[in-house]
Design a protein around this ligand. Structure first.
Ligand SMILES: [Zn+2]
Length: 71
């Protein structure tokens, strides 16, 4: 009977693990979503969509955060 109880507790603990949304500013475009590149042969600035974050300007990451169980 004790084993069954422990299994139940393990399941309960799993439920407590929650996903935490983390947002990182894209270092390539610094959150703009695009990059201005100056061509030395061109006076005009060329605007490029950021290839690192798909023009989002930020990365969204979902991290599973476990709740700490204190004994
Ligand atoms: Zn970017």
């Amino acid at each position: 009977m004790k084993n069954l109880q422990e299994e139940h507790l393990k399941k309960e603990r799993k439920k407590m693990a929650k996903k935490v949304k983390r947002i990182h500013i894209c270092p390539t475009c610094k959150g703009n979503g695009y990059i201005k590149i100056q061509n030395i042969y061109d006076i005009e600035l060329q605007v490029h969509q950021c290839w690192d974050c798909d023009s989002e300007g930020e990365f969204v990451e979902y991290v599973e955060e476990e709740e700490r169980v204190l004994n």
